[in-house]
Design a protein around this ligand. Structure first.
Ligand code: UDX
Length: 433
């Protein structure tokens, strides 16, 4: 099928490459000329496992193209995916101006039937507004349908998540559009849930908000475990064995970051407010999450007593492992707070260093975790990259000024680290001194 994907960011690029991989003819569009020219030269602007190979392979097969010419892409395609950004406005509401602009352009150009698919995360009732906007500018009076098809891609596993979805959500009132979308997604052989547009839009916000709720729940429980002298990892295992709960997203730590959870939780609260409901639960989810990173900084301060002029090695900068994304990463808050206290920061991250350098100054960026540990008074784990779990702890201990690890992601076993001679502080578990 002929597809246009408007917006070549984390979602659009993965969506375009994967639909091409499934044998469709895909044109990815973006207004950023530099991004498009890089993509045309096989330079992928984001790190995502499997994405580069997929883009290069499908470009070579001639079924994946990149352009800034939106109108041409619309004309040549039957299905148009809107994957543009919906960044938060200062009041927490989603800014839908990019979505509206694309809808208007589609209307001005389309002269044959189109399925217009909103894949960007949008507030409920956006589908209606997209349809209304298209009707208002539909100068060729072409027939069209609007579909909501939210994505559930996790950064760091987006390609795999696209090709192996738990479910596909299709929200539409049109039987014709339903059949087209069913045919498009058929090769994935995944369960498809068909709903009305509004329910599909709410499924997205509710999914992300529920996952964020699980995280804040276990972080709140971790604080109780710390006071009680219990072990939150054991508690998470114990409750997670209940199939109704599930162990996933019960990893206590310094809380969630990234471009989705913080934005989507705020947006869902705002959506509810506009619909007359005070979403107290989600307000607490956000509050607990904000508190978690503050508590972590207090742990570091308490363990060092005096932070001023101390050298702190920070392992992990990206908001989660297997990505280079620094958006709303807890590391930025933690490092800024420690610098305010006069700490000298040395940092290492396997993938996010370039993006981190753009937003954090006065940090000594190291080329490996051992360099970050050298002469450090404390080593702070912020992102749970696999390689940090495999560190040569004897070597780390010999390099540090003082064998103290403060683990924001509970990547080590307290008994094991104690045997290595470290003082060890983690989340929701007893300190090892
Ligand atoms: C999320 C949703 O998972 C995905 O379905 C949606 O499409 C986009 O938003 P993403 O933000 O890429 O994906 O990453 P995710 O793996 O969900 O982690 C989000 C944040 O939660 C990260 O900061 C991570 O460190 C944190 N997290 C995750 C925890 O603190 N504890 C956990 O148990 C799981």
């Amino acid at each position: 099928m002929k597809i246009a994907v408007v917006g070549s960011g984390y979602v659009g690029l993965v969506t375009g490459a994967c639909f091409a991989e499934l044998g469709n003819d895909v044109i990815c569009v973006d207004i950023d000329e530099d991004k498009i020219s890089k993509l045309n030269n096989n330079t992928i602007p984001i790190y995502e496992p499997g994405l580069e190979e997929s883009v290069v392979r499908n470009k070579e097969k001639g079924r994946l193209k990149f352009t800034t010419e939106l109108k041409k892409a619309i004309k040549e395609s039957e299905i148009i995916f809107i994957c543009v950004g919906t960044p938060p406005k200062p009041n927490g509401e989603a800014d839908l101006s990019y979505v509206e602009n694309v809808a208007r352009t589609i209307a001005e150009v389309m002269d044959s039937y189109k399925v217009i698919v909103e894949k960007s995360t949008v507030p409920v009732e956006t589908g209606e507004k997209v349809a209304k906007s298209i009707r208002a500018y539909n100068i060729h009076k072409a027939d069209f349908d609007v579909v909501s098809n939210p994505e559930f891609l996790r950064e760091g596993s987006a390609v795999s998540d696209f090709m192996n979805p738990d479910r596909i959500v299709i929200g539409t009132e049109s039987e014709k559009a339903r059949q087209i979308m069913e045919k498009l997604y058929k090769p994935l052989k995944a369960p498809i849930i068909f709903t009305d547009i509004k329910s599909a839009e709410i499924i997205k916000h509710a999914s992300n908000s529920f996952l964020a709720t699980k995280i804040s729940f276990i972080n709140a429980t971790a604080n109780i475990c710390e006071s009680a002298g219990a072990d939150v990892e054991k508690v998470a295992d114990g409750i997670g064995m209940d199939k109704r709960i599930g162990r996933a997203f019960l990893n206590a730590g310094i809380g969630y970051g990234g471009s989705c959870f913080p934005k989507d939780v705020d947006a869902f609260v705002k959506i509810a407010e506009k619909l007359g409901y005070d979403f107290k639960l989600l307000k607490s989810v956000k509050e607990i999450n904000d508190e978690q990173r503050k508590n972590f900084v207090k742990k570091i301060e308490k363990s060092l007593w005096i932070v001023k002029n101390k050298t702190i090695g920070v392992l992990g900068l990206a908001f989660k492992p297997n990505t280079d994304d620094m958006r709303l990463a807890p590391s930025t808050y933690i490092i800024a707070e420690l610098q305010k206290e006069g700490a000298k920061i040395k940092a290492y991250d396997p993938k996010a260093m370039d993006k981190a350098k753009e937003i954090m100054e006065d940090v000594t960026y190291c080329s490996n975790p051992y360099e970050a540990a050298k002469d450090a008074d404390a080593l702070v784990i912020v992102t749970e990259w696999e390689e940090f779990k495999e560190l040569d702890l004897k070597r780390i201990k010999s390099l540090m000024k003082h064998p103290l690890i403060i683990d924001g992601r509970n990547i080590y076993n307290p008994e094991g680290i104690k045997k290595e001679g470290f003082a060890y502080i983690s989340i929701g578990r007893k300190d090892v001194m």
